[in-house]
Design a protein around this ligand. Structure first.
Ligand code: ATP
Ligand code: MG
Length: 487
């Protein structure tokens, strides 16, 4: 019988033939078809697929074939099919070329290894044939776009360079430097004591830069546990972890793509991660956890710290190469005590802001209040000023705040050490004989310093720890050891 010769004898052969026939059938009848190799490169497209090229921005097949599929087909999941080896039998793909009903299947070699994937466009304009599904789909898409818009609005900068109040020579110099660096794409390092306005200035530089319309993303390095920092920076691929992170998540570098990444408290960066951060800064690419593939990003970094980075380099706790990389454009923010002529405009602006946010009427400062403010040392800088004014404004219904409303001890600016002694004669009596045992005296002195720091920072423990020159962990330890110390 001739039919014996038409079909190959083995089951394997039959299957191969069936696969070949199905492939040809799909290639002819599907609206479009493409084959992508292991490395995500498009190796072949069907005749039908060519009709989509103009809408994807390509005139010639030769410019399209050979490219990585995720670079030329927005929102494609072909790469995911290759990575997971799992097919996506039916899906809707929307991009600039339209919305399509698509199917994606992995291709395997004889050993079962994924060697690529085939993608089918089953239908274009599915909206006409799949009306109910499409209605739901467009509603979900609208909701998604709304949510994305809201998120973008939240990430938009809160401050401009004009929000950095001050007309002293030191403040004007800061603003001049901020405007200058805003015009560049280089890394900026903001140095200055706690509460001097580093975060405000970072927002302002972004807002004045060409990246203003793109996201401003912050990582507060001191606030993220060390074990989570790497994922926070670089992201996690799906399946790298079990549990909550199973789905994978983008890192802050990717979220800040085309925008600005603000690395707050860079001095708290753990040493092992410093090398990885340096690499990301230099190469402008990141490698998510669980992946062996790098992803390009376009991110301008602004870093800030109140710690003495050059001393940390000398001590070997901060990498010199990272330091020099960050130190390209340093801006040093002056302490409030070094620009007291700005006290009045600052107080005015802060009282305005406090009124706006609290809904209370605007309050003014009496001259005795101004005098008292001018005598203070301001270890917590402008944050401390804000806290003092806010507390006073909320404590009274009076529209003019006098010295009596301000919770400030009148320690003279020039003699901080002497005043601390005068205010805390804990260890000796007037006659000079010890009244207390040394450990108790030290503990009391410590608690007093901590309380003062917490008042200066409005209860912000991280800032208070910085002010005291101790780590946050040490502060918590000391607070935990005392009876209700935050009072
Ligand atoms: N020049 C300024 N003009 C107006 N407000 C300011 C100025 N500088 C700082 N502030 C205000 O002071 C507060 C503290 O500023 P910011 O958070 O930017 O300080 P920081 O330098 O980041 O401090 P830290 O090192 O403790 O994080 C904020 O409420 C900010 O709006
Ligand atoms: Mg800050």
């Amino acid at each position: 019988m001739p039919s014996e010769h038409v079909l190959p004898l083995s089951a394997d052969g039959v299957l191969k033939l069936a696969a070949q026939s199905m492939f040809d059938l799909f290639a002819q009848t599907a609206m479009g078809m493409m084959v992508v190799d292991r490395g995500h490169r498009i190796v072949w497209i069907s005749e039908g697929y060519k009709r989509f090229l103009p809408a994807l921005g390509f005139e010639r097949e030769g410019d399209f074939v050979g490219k990585r599929v995720e670079e030329v087909v927005p929102n494609t999941l072909m790469n995911q099919v290759i990575e997971t080896g799992r097919p996506i039998l039916v899906d809707l793909l929307t991009n600039k070329a339209g919305t399509f009903l698509v199917s994606r299947l992995p291709l395997r070699d004889d050993e079962g290894r994924v060697i690529g994937a085939v993608g089918l466009v089953l239908m274009d304009h599915p909206e006409s044939t799949m009306q109910p599904l499409m209605t739901k789909f467009s509603r979900l898409q609208r909701e998604l776009e709304d949510a994305q818009r809201q998120l973008a609005a939240q990430r938009r900068p809160k401050y401009t360079i004009a929000s950095f109040i001050g007309a002293s020579a030191a403040a004007l110099e800061v603003k001049r430097q901020a405007r200058r660096v805003a015009g560049t794409d280089s890394t900026v390092l903001l140095l200055g004591d706690t509460g001097t306005g580093k975060e405000l200035l970072a927002h302002a530089i972004h807002a004045a830069s060409a990246r203003a319309a793109a996201p401003f993303v912050t990582v507060n390095i001191a606030a993220v546990p060390e074990t989570l920092l790497e994922a926070e920076f670089f992201g996690v691929v799906p399946g790298a972890y079990t549990g909550a992170d199973r789905k994978g998540r983008d890192g802050k570098f990717v979220l800040a793509d085309r925008g600005t990444l603000f690395l707050d408290e860079i001095g708290d960066m753990p040493l092992p991660l410093q090398a990885k951060l340096l690499r990301a800064l230099q190469e402008q690419e990141v490698e998510p956890l669980g992946s062996n593939r790098v992803r390009k990003v376009d991110v301008r970094v602004i870093a800030a710290t109140s710690r003495d980075l050059s001393a940390m380099v000398a001590q070997g706790v901060f990498r010199a190469d990272l330091y020099y990389r960050l130190h390209v454009l340093p801006i040093r923010l002056p302490r409030l005590a070094d620009r007291l002529e700005d006290l009045e405009p600052l107080a005015d602006a802060l009282l305005d802001d406090i009124a706006r946010r609290s809904g209370l009427p605007h309050k003014a400062l009496a001259s005795d209040a101004m005098e008292l403010l001018a005598q203070h040392r301001w270890p917590g800088n402008i944050r401390e000023l804000r806290n003092v004014l806010e507390q006073a404004a909320l404590m009274t219904d009076d529209l003019v705040l006098g010295a009596r409303h301000l919770a400030l001890d009148a320690a003279p600016a020039s003699a901080p050490a002497a005043s601390a002694e005068a205010a805390a004669p804990v260890a000796t009596s007037a006659a000079g004989a010890p009244r207390k045992r040394l450990p108790q005296a030290i503990a009391e002195l410590e608690m007093r310093a901590i309380r003062e720091a917490l008042t200066a920072t409005g209860g912000n423990k991280l800032a208070a720890a910085k002010l005291l020159g101790i780590s946050r962990a040490t502060l918590y330890e000391k607070l935990g050891a005392a009876d209700d110390p935050a009072q």
